[in-house]
Design a protein around this ligand. Structure first.
Ligand code: ATP
Length: 222
């Protein structure tokens, strides 16, 4: 069994996330993708709405795809959740399963700033997906990777679709070019604050939920 773990704030979930997860699953033949919305950090990040709303929106959005699921592992935990602990728990919950932690290029670049990233890179395999406007060559400076820049350039130019290699930790990393979907949650929140339409950026059910619960109207975004 091959499982993809897709973490994020999902504030809110949008078609950038959903399309990426679907393409990853199909291209790499994964059995399931588990979305893991982050919990409530003690000092709430600017613009981050309560985890119960974000969890429900993810649940609604993934319910129509039989290969998708949502996990409450971070959401039910009080205080800050760390990816390293979440991945440890998931490896424990799914013994004998290959678990890939799915990250956009932006998130992979940020990883050295996370809690115990050295442990995380030893714990699990990775899938790093394209995220415009960033490029795969942008991750060549990652301390966890010893990748061939020439191959990263081929990925960026579309000469190749994917690149499977090893992290310095010995774990597998698959870099994957996906259909660019330049949607961000920051952009969605901005449109809502400005009273503009968010139609076709996220599932209709999520849009209705946002409207019904008057989300993102009063909180100040990033
Ligand atoms: P924000 O704008 O609030 O920072 P976001 O849209 O980046 O949010 P996150 O919940 O932070 O969404 O992202 C979760 C994961 O999904 C990250 O690994 C991120 O790189 C990836 N991701 C988000 N949007 C896209 C997209 N449009 N295409 C590909 N990957 C994406």
């Amino acid at each position: 069994m091959k499982l993809g773990v897709f973490g994020g704030t999902f504030n809110p979930i949008h078609y950038g996330h959903l399309r990426a997860a679907e393409e990853v699953r199909e291209k790499l033949n994964l059995d399931k993708i588990v979305f893991v919305p982050s919990g409530n950090p003690p000092l709430k990040d600017k613009g981050l709405i309560d985890a119960s709303y974000r969890y429900t929106m993810v649940k609604v959005a993934v319910s129509i795809n039989r290969f998708f699921a949502v996990s409450d592992i971070e959401y039910i935990k009080k205080g800050k959740s760390y990816s390293v602990n979440t991945l440890k728990k998931l490896h424990h919950l799914y013994p004998g399963t290959t678990i890939y932690f799915i990250l956009g290029i932006d998130a992979f670049i940020d990883m050295p700033n996370w809690w115990h990233p050295d442990e995380l890179v030893k714990l699990t395999d990775f899938i790093v997906i394209s995220r415009p406007p960033l490029k795969f060559t942008d991750i060549s400076t990652s301390p966890f990777l010893g990748a061939d820049e020439k191959i990263l350039r081929k990925l960026d130019s579309g000469k190749i679709e994917s690149y499977k290699t090893r992290l310095k930790s010995g774990r597998e990393i698959i870099m994957l070019r996906l259909t660019p979907v330049a949607i961000s949650a920051t952009g969605v929140r901005k449109l809502i604050r400005e009273g503009k339409s968010i139609k076709y950026l996220l599932p209709e059910e999520v849009e209705s939920y946002i409207i019904a619960n008057k989300l993102y109207k009063v909180v100040s975004g990033k």
